[in-house]
Write a protein that binds this ligand. Structure first.
Ligand SMILES: Nc1ncnc2c1ncn2[C@@H]1O[C@H](COP(=O)(O)OP(=O)(O)O)[C@@H](O)[C@H]1O
Ligand SMILES: [Mg+2]
Length: 636
């Protein structure tokens, strides 16, 4: 699949050696800029509320670490909504403080490769972290299953983790427990390598206090951490040593150092570890060079995180993972423009939704964000946004670029001078924001903070908007005005409370209206297909097979449009039994061999080898339908 932004070779900034960070953008206040809202506050923290009223927690744990057990749970109101819940015990004041710190860190970190904390509960001796559920399991388990991980996939994963580290480090946060157990796959489909970093339990604000304690696990901890004494501090470079070990373990399935504590430490300090013979003979020189530059005894000689992201092993096109298609990128960018024209109240509501969305809903947006983020720091500055628009729309006139600046300021909801991931998702998601009831439900519950009674009052909205961080930017009056605007828009029956039905109606009406009013152009070629593909994915997620099939037929019709548009493809009935044994979609023979076409088939939402999205719907009905009529297919 073409890399539409052409970023794999590092566009924009010079990439020979260490590219300078882009010059910091100072936020120029332009007319019409919205008041800042700290979207991080759209993460409810419940005290003394019964978590089981809201979630049905599975009895079997899916993971256990040193500090807690993790379970899958279903939202009682919407069973489709799955979350992961980590339950920890507040043994003593020190532990409680550590858990609070973990919450603060996770709340701060807003990045596509960092697991999202959705809300927390504190109940008696227990604390619960409600997180997005990464169903693919630990990278550690994948290594155990397959012995080692292929080099291109390893590089893709290491690059994702590196961007998460760069982002965290630039906020003064070190992870300090980087290991394959703390990197999880978002999807159970093995061809999808999107990962997230979890477990910030040993995370540390190194900008505020000095890191001196010996923490982490022996296999992955840097020598300076293992030897840390109260007198000597160490830096965030400790995560880079661990990153090197993670890469090593993924590539060969074994740790580089073994033996007793002292033996290991000795080998670490001598930088002595096996990197020849099998399987290293078939591993690229770049990969080995990458590891060698990280496993340096002296932290100051270790490759810096910026250099990590510029290293040829991670920038090689072969190791980049899937890219967004042009149609997807166009759709997301056109949504950004629309969103910047919406009202303040609507942008707040959508941002509250975006804060609750998990990776399942953000697949395409995540790819576009990743490609626009050319310096890999996890936020978009004005230059990156301009560059993205130029590449997709070819715009160059000064008026167009000025428009983008105005748009940028409106999208920067928290006024940080850069577009954060959640801000990008809020703006990029478009009408899809109103598609799924359970997502709207999660956002609605963000505001139901006082009595958890399924009704939102003006006071509750003010409480969320008016918490201490926002007060810097918002006076009480502004808060009250915006809360009143939300009440006026939503409270259909005028009883002073918004119920879920009212909230849903408002979100759906407003998003449809904004979509039409803000952009009356003909849809770009490909946009229509893209929308259908998205609708299909939603139908799939909610198990609406009949609807999915109708959409597939529509897609086939849409594919027949004019020049440059994807052509309809005659798909032969798949041969053999129903798809691969894993139940994944299968590619079938086609009349245009170069086009990537996928037949809806099997279960899951996997990707094919070329990186295109593979769309599918539930097996039974579709399999039957495929055989009965000329098979519907999706062109990507
Ligand atoms: N969001 C999540 N989605 C899926 N699995 C998770 C998630 N968070 C944690 N886990 C699983 O639970 C394990 C323990 O969680 P973790 O946060 O690492 O706790 P600890 O601090 O006790 O190590 C992880 O190694 C992983 O297997
Ligand atoms: Mg852990």
């Amino acid at each position: 699949m073409a890399d539409v932004f052409g970023t794999s070779e590092g566009s924009g900034e010079a990439n020979d050696g260490l590219a300078p960070l882009p010059s910091p953008v100072s936020k120029t206040k332009t007319e019409g800029v919205r008041n800042s809202v700290n979207f991080r506050n759209f993460m409810p923290e419940h005290i003394n509320k019964e978590i089981t009223r809201r979630y049905n927690i599975d009895k079997c744990e899916i993971g256990a670490g040193g500090y807690g057990k993790v379970y899958i749970a279903k939202d009682r109101h919407f069973e489709d909504r799955l979350v992961a819940i980590k339950k920890v015990v507040k043994h003593d004041a020190q532990k409680t403080a550590a858990f609070r710190c973990e919450i603060e860190i996770m709340k701060e970190l807003d990045h596509p490769n960092i697991c999202k904390l959705l809300e927390t509960y504190e109940q008696g001796r227990f604390m619960f972290f409600v997180m997005e559920f990464c169903e693919g399991g630990e990278v550690f388990d994948r290594i155990m299953e397959t012995g080692l991980i292929a080099e291109d996939i390893t590089a893709d994963i290491i690059r994702q983790v590196s961007t998460a580290l760069k982002y965290a480090h630039s906020r003064g946060i070190a992870h300090r427990d980087m290991k394959p157990e703390n990197i999880v796959f978002c999807n159970s489909d093995v061809t999808n390598s999107h990962v997230k970093v979890i477990d910030w339990g040993l995370g540390f604000y190194f900008g505020q206090t000095r890191m001196k304690s010996a923490v982490g696990s022996l296999t992955y901890a840097a020598p300076e951490v293992l030897e840390a004494k109260e007198t000597e501090e160490y830096s965030s470079a400790c995560d880079l040593w661990s990153l090197g070990i993670v890469a090593y373990v993924m590539l060969c399935g074994k740790p580089p150092f073994w033996g007793s504590h002292n033996e290991q430490l000795k080998s670490m300090k001598q930088e002595r570890y096996p990197i020849t013979g099998e399987p290293w003979t078939s591993i690229s020189a770049h990969a080995k060079d990458f590891i060698k530059r990280l496993l340096k005894k002296r932290p100051d000689q270790r490759m810096s995180i910026d250099k990590v992201l510029m290293h040829p092993w991670l920038t090689s096109k072969n190791n980049m993972g899937p890219a967004a298609t042009k149609a997807v990128a166009q759709n997301v960018l056109s949504n950004l423009k629309n969103f910047s024209q919406t009202s303040q109240f609507f942008s707040i509501c959508v941002t509250s939704v975006a804060r609750q969305l998990d990776h399942r809903h953000l697949r395409d947006i995540h790819l576009v964000f990743r490609e626009m983020d050319t310096n890999g720091d996890g936020t978009l500055d004005i230059e990156e946004v301009k560059e993205g628009f130029k590449k997709i729309y070819g715009m160059n006139s000064s008026q167009e670029l000025t428009d983008i600046e105005a748009m940028f300021n409106k999208l920067d909801i928290d006024g940080s001078g850069a577009i954060d991931y959640t801000e990008f998702c809020a703006a990029g998601i478009g009408e899809k924001v109103s598609c799924q009831e359970y997502v709207l439900w999660a956002a609605f519950k963000t505001f139901d903070v006082q009595d958890d009674n399924g009704q939102i009052s003006k006071d509750e909205i003010m409480q969320v908007l008016g918490n201490k961080d926002v007060e810097k930017a918002w006076s009480k009056d502004v808060c009250s005005d915006v809360a009143q605007e939300i009440m006026d828009m939503c409270d259909g029956d005028g009883n002073g409370e918004i119920d879920f039905e009212e909230w849903m109606t408002m979100m759906r009406t407003a998003s449809a209206k904004n979509g039409i009013e803000a952009d009356e152009r003909e849809p770009e070629i490909g946009t229509q297909e893209h929308e259908l593909v998205e609708a299909l994915q939603d139908a799939e997620v909610t198990g609406k097979t009949g609807k999915a099939y109708d959409i597939l037929l529509d897609l086939n019709r849409v594919g027949a449009k004019g020049d440059g548009a994807p052509q309809p493809v005659v798909v032969k009935k798949p041969t053999g039994p129903r798809g691969p044994s894993t139940g994944r979609a299968q590619e079938v023979s086609m009349t245009k061999p170069k086009q990537s076409i996928i037949v809806a088939y099997g279960s899951g939402l996997p990707r094919d080898g070329t990186g295109s999205d593979v769309v599918d719907a539930r097996a039974g009905t579709l399999t039957h339908a495929l055989c009965a009529e000329s098979p519907p297919c999706v062109l990507l």
